[in-house]
Design a protein around this ligand. Structure first.
Ligand code: DX5
Ligand code: ZN
Length: 219
């Protein structure tokens, strides 16, 4: 069970210090948005390269951008431990996963709430993680979409059927009150932005999320 705080809710004027606040987490989730794939703009490669130089934990880059086939491998080259592309934006996801691996990172495919998993099940052959979005991508602090839990279960069943070790990440509205249903459905990597950075004690919030997720056994 891994906790990946999203720095989208951090103080962007003090990112090095904000990464230190989550040094107990498993990875730091970095939301890259381009004003095209989503109606918001955050940060890009130069900032990720800078974060990579100071982060105490691995970076997990979530690319909410058009044309990930062209742009995603550079985030792996910058040193990100995992690079997530949206399946809705990828032209050739197999070749993209190969490029990300060749650049030294794990490859993850993300599904927006309206995107079904079934058409992409075969891609489990080439990826390391599936991100099931539990909000519409674009902004932190939105309400958790419990109606995505059947999709998490479907992905978990497909992974278990194949006997692989692929992880399932959930992202959006994950908090102490919603994390258990995610874990119960089969998720094992939990992104939390406002629930961690909105807390006075980020380390305590991470510990509590991890405790709740670990106490939940999925089938
Ligand atoms: C939303 C981002 C999320 C966001 C989550 O598009 O992908 O990573 O930071 O924020 P919370 O946890 O506040 O919903
Ligand atoms: Zn994200």
């Amino acid at each position: 069970m891994q906790i990946a705080p999203s720095i989208l809710s951090a103080d962007f004027a003090n990112l090095e210090r904000e990464l230190q606040r989550i040094a107990d987490a498993d990875s730091a989730h970095v939301d890259v948005m381009d004003y095209h794939f989503v109606p918001n703009l955050t940060l890009g490669l130069p900032i990720v390269e800078a974060l990579q130089r100071v982060t105490p934990i691995p970076l997990d880059c979530h690319l909410m951008i058009d044309d990930p086939d062209r742009w995603a491998p550079a985030y792996a080259e910058a040193g990100a431990a995992s690079v997530t592309f949206h399946i809705e934006a990828a032209a050739d996801p197999r070749s993209l996963a190969r490029d990300i691996h060749a650049a030294g990172a794990q490859a993850c495919m993300a599904l927006k709430p309206g995107t079904a998993f079934a058409p992409y099940e075969e891609l489990l052959e080439v990826i390391d993680m599936v991100l099931v979005m539990t909000v519409e991508p674009g902004f932190g602090g939105q309400s958790f979409m419990a109606d995505q839990m059947p999709k998490v279960r479907e992905v978990r069943e497909a992974i278990d059927r194949r006997g692989g070790r692929i992880r399932i990440q959930v992202d959006g509205g994950v908090s102490a009150s919603t994390i258990e249903q995610c874990a119960d459905a089969g998720a094992d990597v939990f992104v939390a932005g406002s629930a961690v950075y909105g807390a006075d004690d980020a380390a305590a919030a991470i510990g509590e999320l991890r405790r709740l997720a670990t106490a939940c056994v999925h089938h």
